[in-house]
Write a protein that binds this ligand. Structure first.
Ligand code: GAR
Length: 212
């Protein structure tokens, strides 16, 4: 790992929306629960809360609109350009709603969080409250969130960890989404801690977690 000048892992966050996941990572860092620096954020939209949060935190923030980078190749090239000066160890997709091509330098160093128990309710079109609506429609009794390495597919990479909860009879996509997001707030930092501790090893489709 490159490690920054203060010995901390250098993490880039890619987002497209409200930035609650970025906010949570920053809060964990401020509480001393995550030994990382976030020197750079890339957003695919300019007018989103995620950009405001990043700028308010003093993070170098780039906007790469999808119309300016219309293919996964073009988007990855623009993102790579933004990340290049920062010696990034780990790239986190945090509500990032565009498809990238995973560049060789990102293989095994890019994570995503998804608000369902993958491989259920993943893939194109499944994001945010659409996922929770589909879970309710299917009559699921449990759901949760998944942190996974990003591969060439959509929500298909090797799973690092999952957290689950019970679906209640009176849940709406909003109530369920709020409880799943609370789990996400624990799961993503936990996956980042495992990664920066060097405890994750990808073995085909399976991620092996070394003991502490
Ligand atoms: C999170 O719930 C995350 O799991 C989901 O978007 C939300 C991001 O919220 N990601 C996906 O659905 C990816 N397919 P945020 O923009 O407020 O951080």
């Amino acid at each position: 790992m490159a490690r920054g000048t203060r010995g901390r892992a250098q993490v880039a966050v890619l987002l497209s929306g409200t930035g609650r996941s970025l906010e949570n990572l920053l809060a964990c860092r401020a509480r001393g629960e995550l030994d990382i620096d976030i020197p750079v954020v890339v957003s695919t939209r300019a007018d989103v809360r995620g950009v405001e949060i990043a700028r308010a935190a003093g993070i170098e923030t780039h906007v790469v609109r999808r119309r300016d980078a219309p293919s996964p190749d073009a988007l990855s090239a623009r993102v790579a350009e933004a990340l290049a000066p920062h010696g990034i160890d780990l790239v986190l997709l945090a509500g990032f709603l565009a498809q990238l091509r995973v560049l060789p330098e990102w293989e095994g160093r890019m994570l995503n969080i998804h608000p369902s128990l993958l491989p259920l309710f993943g893939g194109k079109g499944f994001y945010g409250s659409r996922v929770h609506a589909a879970v309710l429609e299917a009559g699921m009794k449990v759901t949760g969130c998944t942190v996974h390495f990003v591969d060439a597919g959509y929500d298909t990479g090797p799973i690092v960890l999952q957290r689950c909860l019970a679906v209640q009879e009176d849940d709406t996509p909003e109530t369920l989404g709020a409880r799943v997001f609370a789990l996400e707030c624990e799961a993503y930092p936990e996956a980042v801690r495992l990664f920066i501790a060097g405890r994750l090893r990808i073995d085909g489709r399976v991620v092996r977690v070394a003991p502490a």
